[in-house]
Design a protein around this ligand. Structure first.
Ligand code: SAH
Ligand code: SF4
Length: 357
């Protein structure tokens, strides 16, 4: 028996080609797409407007799968974390961060990460593999299963309204699958999360940024974390490969493609005595002026994890830093860490059990 193929994660064009090969007319693509991504069915038998013979043929050739939920944890602040497992046993964590009447699902793009930022728990794990498009889309679909958000609700009534690609991994080290997955997620006949509600965060893989702007046009967040090359290279070794100048120029290109109305968010992790001085803030302002970007900041308090070598900056330092940026005209809110008690906050995700925890 030949192995069945995964139907989730095929682009619309690929699905069309597969159905044509089975002798089907093009209109079936839209119907099946809607069952998969609008209704969220996990069984071909439920596709009631599809002839029985075709449903059987589909079931013989394909599977509709979801990542398996291994564990679920709820934080005291209602942040929800799941450990998900894929068919080969590899695992990633996914987080849901609720706001009043909406919320963001934080999804992963790789198992582990090859960028190895020194402050990041995920980065302390080697890269195991890229996630497939099916696995990236499947994470959000699994979250919708949990919150019963099928069929796709209208935009205004969604609890799972936003997606942040800020989980494990560097999305721009897995560009092809990330683009494919986010195009599926954005398709208006299915999951229908628009590009304005998706934020992709990158450590600054400069040569890949323009492609994301052209293909997706989602909101961009760049993990800056330092105002100059010397400091940045110490905490993010990737800076030796793509130094600040290249990252900032790539941001200019990004904004050139997506339009200047859409600000780029610079994430800035506040590490005690490493990058949190007044001089650092002032240098950051000069850097922004030099590149003339429409930019805002997100100051991130450092979330410690077992074995890390950094400490969070004091509240005073963080507020002072924010004030300097704001008095120079940049929005610089301080991010409230969510889900810390269940290690669901930024940089705390991992997929392997840590010993001694
Ligand atoms: N790889 C991408 C996206 C995932 S990391 C990137 O680096 O941008 C998402 C965010 O969490 C990044 O801004 C990252 O710098 C930040 N982060 C990593 N470790 C952290 C920690 N220990 N505490 C707080 N934020 C952290
Ligand atoms: Fe990878 Fe992002 Fe962690 Fe750096 S911060 S190691 S790029 S996941």
């Amino acid at each position: 028996m030949t192995e069945k193929k995964e139907i989730i994660g095929l682009s619309r064009e690929e699905l069309q080609a597969e159905l044509t090969a089975l002798g089907e007319k093009p209109f079936r693509t839209k119907q099946i797409w809607a069952w998969l991504y609008h209704q969220g069915v996990t069984d071909f038998a439920a596709m009631s407007n599809i002839p029985k013979e075709l449903r059987e043929k589909l079931a013989e050739n394909y599977v509709i799968s979801r990542p398996k939920i291994v564990t679920e944890q709820k934080s005291s602040d209602k942040t929800h974390k799941w450990l998900l497992e894929f068919a080969d046993g590899q695992r990633v964590e996914m987080v849901y961060i609720p706001e009043e009447d909406r919320g963001a699902v934080c999804i992963s793009t790789q198992v582990g990460c090859a960028v190895n930022c020194t402050f990041c728990h995920t980065g302390s794990q080697k890269l195991t593999r890229n996630l497939t498009a099916a696995e990236i889309v499947g994470q959000f679909m699994a979250a919708r299963d949990v919150y019963n958000e099928w069929p796709t609700p209208t935009d205004e009534t969604r609890y799972l309204s936003n997606i942040v690609v800020m989980g494990m991994g560097e999305p721009l080290h897995n560009v092809e699958n990330v683009i494919k997955a986010l195009k599926i997620i954005g398709d208006g006949d299915g999951i229908a999360v628009s590009k304005r509600k998706i934020t992709l965060s990158t450590s600054g893989i400069a040569p890949k940024m323009a492609e994301i702007a052209r293909e997706l046009g989602v909101k961009l967040a760049v993990s800056l974390h330092a105002p100059n090359n010397e400091k940045r290279s110490k905490i993010m070794p990737i800076n030796n490969k793509y130094p600040l100048e290249e990252v900032m120029e790539a941001c200019q290109v990004y904004q050139g493609i997506t339009g200047r109305r859409q600000a780029i968010t610079f994430e800035y992790l506040m590490l005690k005595d490493i990058n949190d001085s007044r001089e650092d803030a002032q240098e950051l302002v000069r850097l922004m002026r030099k590149y003339n970007l429409v930019a805002k900041f997100n100051l991130i308090p450092f979330n410690p994890w077992p074995g890390c070598i950094y400490q969070p900056s004091s509240n005073n330092r963080v507020h002072e830093f924010s004030k300097i940026l704001e008095s120079n005209g940049f929005a610089a809110p301080i991010r409230v860490a969510r889900g810390q008690d269940i290690l669901a906050a930024c940089g705390q995700l991992k997929s392997k059990k840590e010993t001694g925890q």
